[in-house]
Design a protein around this ligand. Structure first.
Ligand code: B16
Ligand code: MG
Length: 218
């Protein structure tokens, strides 16, 4: 039987780090003299750090010199790293370890496909790193989601054809990236927001082994 590669996004799929990204961006916005709401933070899901800062400055109507821009990128990340410093396995989203263990027991190749440059330390903190055969993150790509680059590199690292890969994503840009790569896209979160996904689940507790077996028989 042809093996199927499974690619997981990180933030919003494996762990709920969006709240820490939000706190760090909000701190920067407040220091620059404007508010940044949780609703506005939705725009930042799956989006690279650089693009997030561009959007944030647009929201605050702030213009920055290149030096200020670079400094604020660093400041935001220093604050984010402080927020995630004490993260542990209790912050893994529901039933993620069950699905990872189910795939691992069947020798299914597993990769991470994340926009984050902090993916590796987060997987180490929550003790899930050992499940992954390949980590592709913001340090390995030149083009951000919705470009399919991150998932195409992950498929190549797993020795899989893109059409034989499944992607779990919580961001619209991520679903679009998976679809452009010719992969099976599975939205984790609000089905209305992730309407372009081939399948949708609110979280992994809704995904039973019959569904996973169906993907494996593909
Ligand atoms: P960092 P994902 C993305 O991760 C986040 O959703 C997005 O909010 C964040 O700006 C981006 O990573 C970059 O993260 O600042 O840690 O490099 O959802 O693609 O796993
Ligand atoms: Mg995400």
């Amino acid at each position: 039987m042809q093996k199927v590669g499974f690619i997981f996004d990180l933030d919003g799929v494996i762990v709920d780090t969006a709240k820490y990204h939000y706190l760090a961006w909000k701190k920067l916005a407040n220091e620059l003299g404007f508010e940044f709401t949780k609703e506005q933070n939705e725009l930042f899901k799956g989006v690279s750090r650089k693009r997030c800062l561009e959007i944030l400055l647009d929201i605050g109507n702030v213009t920055a010199t290149q030096k200020e821009f670079d400094t604020w990128m660093i400041d935001k990340n220093v604050d984010y790293l402080a927020y995630i410093e004490n993260m542990d396995a209790s912050e893994i989203l529901p039933d993620v370890p069950r699905v990872l263990a189910y795939l691992k027991e069947r020798n299914i190749p597993i990769a991470l496909g994340s926009a984050s440059k902090n993916a590796l330390p987060i997987l180490e903190k929550v003790k899930l790193l050992h499940y992954f055969d390949s980590i592709v993150d913001g340090n390995n790509v030149t083009k951000a989601k919705p470009d399919p680059e991150v998932f195409l590199i992950a498929a190549a690292n797993l020795n899989q054809n893109p059409k034989d890969c499944v992607v779990f994503e919580d961001a619209v840009a991520g679903i679009q990236a998976a679809n452009s790569a010719g992969m099976i896209s599975i939205g984790i979160g609000d089905a209305k927001v992730l309407a372009e996904a081939k399948f949708n689940f609110n979280d992994f507790t809704e995904m039973d082994s019959n569904f996973i077996d169906g993907l494996l028989r593909k």
